[in-house]
Unconditional design. Sequence first.
Length: 227
Amino acid sequence: MKNTPAEPVEPTRGPAPAGDPRALSDAQRRVLQAVADGASTAAEVATATGLHDNMARRHLAALADLAMVTTTLEPSGRGRPSRRHGITESGLTALAADDSSDEYLTLTAAFAEHLVRHSRRPSQEAREIGRTWGGILAARRPSSSAPVPQRVVALLEGLRFSPQQRDDGVIALRTCPLLEAAREHPEVVCQVHLGLVEGASAAYGGPADGGSLEPFAEPGCCRLRLS
């Protein structure tokens, strides 16, 4: 019997990640926004949101399980330590994400198709458009002191790429929100994605180019390297 090599496994389109706002209830979003606005204790969150203290604690615990808020214990006299909370990059991603992202992704696929049909430089133009898009998305997010690569990864999480940072500097993109279009026109769609990363990196104060994106480079993922 003749052995045939297995076909590479592509990234999946994937469900919305835990950081997607649709994974949160309305009350959880209000609690998360309160923490982003500076409320750090359950009592402060309850005051800001109008929730009961116990309900605020429950939502804070749930958000901590989703890695959207941090929890630290601070001494408070003779009583129990005070629990203080802060927002994480994943929490910022959830607040910055927009429920209309599906429509924007559909539009991205449409202009990718248009570039393939009508542009003389589809790959170059796609990358330039991606850079503009990445800069706009980065500018809409709350400010953060996190390192540039971490902020780029958080942005990719919000766009449903399921990024995974590795010790060798590779960021594995395990899902693709435009998988069907990327299969058909990788020279355009993947360049949009690379440009998006470069544009976001530049907006965050990092390098504006020099990265690379290898479509379907490994079973189940594409391989991104930042410059």
